[in-house]
Design a protein around this ligand. Sequence first.
Ligand code: F6P
Length: 546
Amino acid sequence: MSLESINPSGTVAWQKIREHFEEMYNVSMQEMFQEDANRAEKFHIKWEKFLVDYSKNKINEKTLALLLELANEIGLKEAIGSYFGGDKINETEKRAVLHTALRAKKDEVVLVDGENVMPEVYAVKEKIKVFSEKIISENAKGYSGKAFTDVVNIGIGGSDLGPAMVVEALQFYKNHLNVHFVSNVDGDHVQEVIKKLNPETTLFVIVSKTFTTQETLSNAETIRSWFLQSAKQEDVAKHFVAVSTNIQKVTEFGIAEDNIFPMWDWVGGRFSLWSAVGLSIALGVGYNNFDALLTGANKMDTHFKTADFSQNIPVVLALLSVWYNNFFGAETEALIPYTQYLQKLAPYLQQGIMESNGKSIGRDGNPVNYQTGTIIWGEPGTNSQHAFFQLIHQGTKLIPTDFIGFKKSLYGNEDHHNKLMSNFFAQTEALLMGKTEKQVQAEFEKQGISGEFAEYLLPFKVFAGNKPTNTLLIDSLTPETLGSLIALYEHKIFVQGVIWNIFSYDQWGVELGKQLANSILSEINEAKVNAHDASTEFLLRNFLSL
Ligand code: F6P
């Protein structure tokens, strides 16, 4: 069954929300907190090792009820059934969207075209386990008999961002293998990575769902040539493995069938880290940790499928985001993890969120008449506080922000962790409460600032506050909690795509640039410029010194 096509702006709930917005857009969160001592009690969800406090939002009980009404009117429950049930909800590519099957339990039955895919999923999981354990335990050796010390993941987009983010996030759990990532077609990138490596002790994992991606194939060829400067052709089999759906192209590249880890067209690139695309994760932190990541994601899947919408973390966060995006006109959302380990979470989710929901054609084939995908950005706290927080606090734009923090640090340095977390709590409090004229004046008095200068300075020192935030407080950063966290945002993407009536699982928008780059490449190689717009022609002539 395909997803129903319902224009959200034509629903009864949407009209009610629009009217309700008129009552709410000027509301003071400070006042709502003063009036209701139970606000945090009402607007939070506790689940497993997660506490999600969403009370610091411009909402009241009616807002939430209306947003939930929208979810129901749009048919979210049925849509979730189609998503998990293997329906071809990626309609423009005629594919199911089943990254959830990659972390499902072994005895579950997940049908694609009437066939249960779980035996295949588990066969590949077993292959990942056996292979990664062989490399980690040093039972498999390189061509000169030495054990492997380094792994290079060669891929881009979903074949790079997920594994790179998780390997970085789970550094605490890493083994002796050093995992590197080569993605950009910029030759300086690959050069900087290989210059530190010894071909005798390096394993290369080429990851490309299609195995046609220019960047990945160029980097793989460059690396293979570099490898063959010191090794023989027959050594390639010991040092190169590939993850792809395109077995023929991988074989043509010269990789032995045994060294191919299959994936499936029902796994989208940006949701693929749970498949063999995560091989470098399993190599870097061990198979058991990789499996725990999958377990965490599976727990979030169950929560998303079964929890009442009012208690459902991905649903509530998605609805709040719709509230700001479509009614307040907020264009961006910030994501601030209070751990350096998650420094790649925002770039990773940029692909997940913006490639999925950056669409302007509705499921009925017509342009949408409302805003869709949010722009996502962020950096870890506290660094970001010293970089861009000024704009969130006192700028003219409304930027709903998710704060992600952990109760415990991994190395247990309490002094540092308490400082980190005091900043975490202080920021959401500051964003909510701001600083009034009265408070600034009291500060001036203490500091001995008075007279004309005090009057002049006053408006610059006042913070309006009233800035919305969600706080995700998680016990600690483990493979399992990380898996749940990533799956949470995956499902938030899904819910928003359903509401916005768009297809979240294709990405036609990235194709045009690829096509043009190919024709421009021929022009560059032949040093001749064909007809383009005047600016592109001018730039190309300049680049080619013509
Ligand atoms: O940029 C578009 C895209 O298709 C992404 O969706 C994908 O993750 C990436 O390119 C890499 O594709 P592949 O894994 O096929 O090399």
